[in-house]
Design a protein around this ligand. Structure first.
Ligand code: SAM
Length: 215
């Protein structure tokens, strides 16, 4: 999977892939991550990337030229969909993540300020995705959320003992939330693990887990 992440702040994005599971995924060549500094594509002599909104109002809007040029350059290398992170987008779900994880790549565009000139979105977006009904300062966290949940579904990214097919929202859990987990010790400061989980009775444990799936 190739992720191309277009941002005004590449340094916010890259460290996430330099530790833990996603670092290993990069090392194992399961994922490749490229960031592109939108400002570097600005033809303005001061490298400006935003301007005041037509019609007035607060804040700045990301201008067309740097984004058109960055996206067009990156599309030559990555044939996947161009996805804009936006509160106006379709809310991300595990079902959507499963579909995205089957692709070879995707281009993730991070907005800042009041957002992006609509003409860029109308011309170049294959889709807009929101990571929830709240407003972030920029699309970078959204791009990282997307890259993270997609990456862990790519075969070989998680360890052999971890099975994303049985996680919360998966088909095998009927899109419900996983049962609660407990680990040793069996009693901690008077707080006990449910007896059934200590019983060694696999059928009863499976039944308990099924009963304890949450909506
Ligand atoms: N003025 C916009 C509005 O009211 O919808 C908010 C812009 S926000 C401050 C700046 C950027 O953060 C957006 O262009 C988008 O890329 C990103 N962003 C904010 N909230 C998001 C969300 N819930 N999901 C995905 N991206 C988000």
């Amino acid at each position: 999977m190739r992720f191309d992440i277009l941002t005004l702040f590449p340094s916010l994005v890259l460290p996430y892939f330099e530790d833990s599971i996603l670092k290993r995924a990069v090392e194992k060549k399961k994922i490749r991550v490229f960031t592109h500094d939108i400002r570097a594509y600005s033809k303005d002599k001061h490298k400006k990337v935003d301007d005041t909104p037509y019609g007035g109002g607060a804040g700045m809007v990301m201008t067309c030229q740097p984004l058109f040029d960055t996206i067009r350059a990156v599309k030559r290398k990555n044939k996947g969909p161009v996805i804009f992170l936006s509160p106006a987008g379709k809310r991300l779900t595990q079902e959507k993540v499963e579909k995205l994880a089957k692709l070879k790549g995707m281009i993730l565009v991070c907005g800042r300020y009041e957002g992006i000139d609509q003409r860029v979105i109308d011309e170049l977006a294959d889709e807009e995705i929101s990571i929830g009904d709240y407003v972030l300062t920029g699309g970078e966290l959204g791009a990282l959320v997307l890259a993270d949940c997609v990456s862990r579904l790519i075969p070989g990214v998680l360890g052999a003992s971890e099975s994303p097919e049985e996680d919360s929202f998966s088909k095998s859990l009927e899109r419900k939330i996983e049962y609660p987990h407990f680990t040793k010790p069996a009693e901690y400061k008077g707080l006990k693990v449910p007896n059934i989980l200590l019983s060694g009775n696999h059928a009863e444990i499976a039944a308990w887990r099924k009963k304890n799936l949450r909506k």
